[in-house]
Design a protein around this ligand. Structure first.
Ligand code: 8X3
Length: 248
C-alpha cells in the first residue's frame, strides 16, 4: 500500500480552512490543521483523524513548531490563513489594520511556505495552494488594504512558481469571490453582524466553504505533472466583483 500523503492547512479552525481539512481528509490525506484556536482545531481533528497544531502564521517560532508537527515529508500545503480587517476608504484607513492584513495574508504565507519547503521537496510531489481572492484581481472602494494584500498573494504565488520551476513542487492559487462563511465578513466589519450580513443580502446561493474546499481538493488530486496555476471561483450570481445579482 502506498504511504498516506500529508496535507497542512492553515486557518483550519473555521470557514474555508476547516472545510478544506475535512475534504482533504475524505480524500485520504493525513491532515495537519493549523490555526490559533486550538480547541476548535482539536474538535475537527478528532472528527477527521487529523493532527491539531496551534499556530499563528505571523509568528516565526509558531510556524517552526508547525513544521515540526507536520514532519519531514509533506505533500500539500494550503496557505489559507488570512482575512480582511476594516472597511474604511483610503483617506481614513487605519495603517495598523493594513499592516495586519499584509502580515497575515502575505508574510504568513511566506513563513509557512519557507518552513515547509524542505518537507515538500522530500515528498517528491509537493503542492502549495495559496488561497487568494477575487480581491486580488480588481480594486474596489473601501477594500484598499485587503485588495492590496490579495494582489500580493497572487504575485507571490507567481514568484514561487518561477523560482521553484524544475523542482517537484506545484504552485497554485485558488481565488474565491463571494463565500458566505460565518466569520470573514463579521471580522472585516469589526463584529457588526448587520453590516456583515448585508454583504450577502438577497444574493441567491453565495459560495460556501465546501465549494472552495472542493476546488482545492480537485487541484490536489490532479496527476503530478498537472499544475493548475490559478482557479477563480465565484457564485453564479456574481458575474464580476461589482456585478452581483440580488433578489431583494
Ligand atoms: C473575499 C472576496 O469579494 O470580499 O476574499 O473581496 S471579496
Amino acid at each position: 500500500m502506498s504511504q498516506q500523503r500529508t496535507a497542512v492547512v492553515t486557518g483550519a479552525s473555521s470557514g474555508i480552512g476547516e472545510a478544506t481539512a475535512r475534504t482533504l481528509a475524505a480524500e485520504g490525506f493525513r491532515v495537519v490543521l493549523a490555526a490559533r484556536r486550538l480547541d476548535r482545531l482539536e474538535r475537527t481533528a478528532a472528527e477527521i483523524g487529523g493532527v491539531a497544531c496551534a499556530c499563528d502564521v505571523t509568528d516565526p517560532a509558531s510556524v517552526a513548531a508547525l513544521a515540526e508537527a507536520a514532519g519531514p515529508v509533506v505533500h500539500v500545503v494550503v496557505n489559507n490563513a488570512g482575512g480582511a480587517f476594516g472597511v474604511d476608504p483610503i483617506e481614513t484607513a487605519d495603517p495598523a489594520q493594513w499592516r495586519q492584513m499584509y502580515d497575515v495574508n502575505v508574510i504568513g504565507l511566506l513563513q509557512v511556505t519557507q518552513a515547509l519547503l524542505p518537507a515538500l521537496r522530500a515528498s517528491g510531489d509537493g503542492l502549495v495552494v495559496n488561497i487568494g481572492s477575487t480581491a486580488g484581481r480588481v480594486a474596489y472602494e473601501t477594500g484598499g488594504g485587503y485588495t492590496a494584500a490579495k494582489h500580493a498573494t497572487k504575485v507571490v504565488t507567481e514568484t514561487m512558481r518561477l523560482e521553484l520551476v524544475g523542482e517537484p513542487i506545484r504552485i497554485s492559487e485558488v481565488a474565491p469571490g463571494m463565500v458566505n462563511t460565518p466569520e470573514f465578513s463579521l471580522v472585516r466589519h469589526g463584529g457588526d453582524q448587520a453590516a456583515a450580513d448585508a454583504v450577502y443580502a438577497g444574493v441567491p446561493d453565495p459560495l460556501v466553504a465546501a465549494d472552495v474546499a472542493d476546488a482545492v481538493a480537485w487541484i490536489a488530486t490532479r496527476p503530478a505533472h498537472v499544475n493548475i496555476d490559478e482557479l477563480v471561483i465565484k457564485p453564479r450570481a456574481q458575474a464580476a466583483q461589482h456585478k452581483v445579482h440580488r433578489t431583494s
